[in-house]
Design a binder for this molecule. Structure first.
Ligand SMILES: NC(=O)c1ccc[n+]([C@@H]2O[C@H](COP(=O)([O-])OP(=O)(O)OC[C@H]3O[C@@H](n4cnc5c(N)ncnc54)[C@H](OP(=O)(O)O)[C@@H]3O)[C@@H](O)[C@H]2O)c1
Length: 335
């Protein structure tokens, strides 16, 4: 089968190869990959910036969609031709995550999705929303699911609340759209003048440029009537978490899902305690939660924001676009 295989680290080493296709076991499904979306950790893998290391050769990219090609003898839920979302944690069907589920992480402990075919367990595949194309649905299993789970299941957002979203990356745009779906007021930050207007067009009620206001928590409170927001979603880690904590009101929720600027901290913990802040870190979600998100997408005409779509033979261009920081929405590769 065709696959993009990394034999040395670096975007320039992403090359098309012919490798053996996987064979499904009795309870597994062979899925023909049709579209994938790039995640920040995929770039870290390609550039060898993952702390635990990746064995080469490696097929990268962790989220995508496809069409069922063949099913194992015991498979009952799927048939050839079904459109499916491919899970990141392939054993996490419901409930909380466990170390056992975690042993199956697409593009980490398992081959990634830049290949014509992938084998997946039948019970964590989720049907693709009928209202979306495969390119539109490709960013749902990691970026979309993470935001859905932390906001809807963990923060339990509800109409009338205010949320602060940070930057205009793929994850934060999902947060903006999901928050609007639930009737929240959205304050967005960005470091880009050009993206300020785009965020407003997508529904942000207020936009703060974090480069003009390095202590943006003060600006958040100023435009929110002197009090903090109910919820914020931190995507950058080291450089942002203190401002995130200072941005929420008493009993506010700080979701930590990204570490774009680093993993180490030296911050004042007093506001966490005096403001009863709930700090919750999270990683993706399970198949049941992804199914709930699919229903919400179908009933509300929800469309993920796609920046650009590249064919498989332009994989390097796709990674360069993602790395440039200029994208507004997800960078997708189609087969
Ligand atoms: N926990 C999970 O399961 C999970 C799932 C998906 C993603 N993530 C993580 O979430 C993070 C974001 O992912 P993504 O896909 O949204 O990445 P992305 O699309 O590459 O987002 C990049 C954007 O982040 C913003 N940004 C960068 N530095 C910032 C800073 N100091 N303060 C505020 N915003 C900043 C910038 O927005 P502007 O250009 O507007 O300034 C930039 O365009 C990554 O660390 C990723 O690994 C975690």
């Amino acid at each position: 089968m065709k696959a993009i295989q990394l034999e040395q680290f670096g975007i320039e080493h992403l090359h098309l190869r012919d490798i053996p296709a996987p064979i499904p076991a009795g309870n597994e499904v062979l899925v023909r990959t049709t579209a994938v979306a790039l995640e920040f950790h995929d770039l870290l893998v390609v550039e060898n910036r993952i702390p635990f290391g990746i064995q080469l050769p490696h097929v990268p990219v962790s989220e995508g969609v496809g069409i069922v090609e063949e099913v194992g003898a015991q498979v009952t839920r799927w048939k050839k031709g079904d459109r499916v979302l491919i899970p990141f944690i392939g054993r996490w069907e419901a409930g909380r995550n466990t170390p056992y589920h975690d042993q199956w992480r697409t593009a980490f402990s398992r081959p990634g999705l830049l290949s014509e075919f992938t084998v997946q367990p039948e019970n964590t595949l989720v049907r693709t929303p009928a209202t979306l194309t495969d390119a539109e649905a490709a960013p749902l299993p990691v970026g979309g699911l993470t935001v859905w789970t932390i906001l809807v299941e963990q923060a339990q957002i509800r109409a009338g609340q205010t949320i602060l979203i940070q930057g205009s990356g793929g994850v934060s745009l999902f947060a903006l759209q999901i928050a609007k779906l639930f009737g929240l007021k959205v304050i967005a930050t960005t470091g880009s003048k050009e993206k300020e207007q785009k965020l407003k067009k997508l529904g942000a009620d207020e936009v703060i440029n974090y480069k003009e206001f390095p202590e943006w928590s003060k600006e958040v409170k100023r435009i929110n009537g002197g009090i903090g927001v109910d919820v914020t979603l931190d995507v950058a880690g080291t450089d942002t978490i203190e401002q995130s904590i200072l941005s929420v009101k008493q009993h506010g929720f700080v979701g930590l899902i990204g570490l774009m600027t680093g993993t180490r901290l030296s911050i004042d913990l007093i506001p966490l305690i005096t403001n009863y802040v709930r700090l919750q870190a999270y990683s993706v979600g399970n198949a049941e939660e992804l199914s709930d998100f699919v229903q919400a997408i179908e009933k509300n005409h929800f469309k993920p924001v796609i920046d650009s779509v590249y064919p498989l033979d332009q994989v390097q261009e796709a990674f360069h676009r993602f790395k440039s920081g200029k994208a507004f929405g997800k960078v997708v590769i189609t087969f």
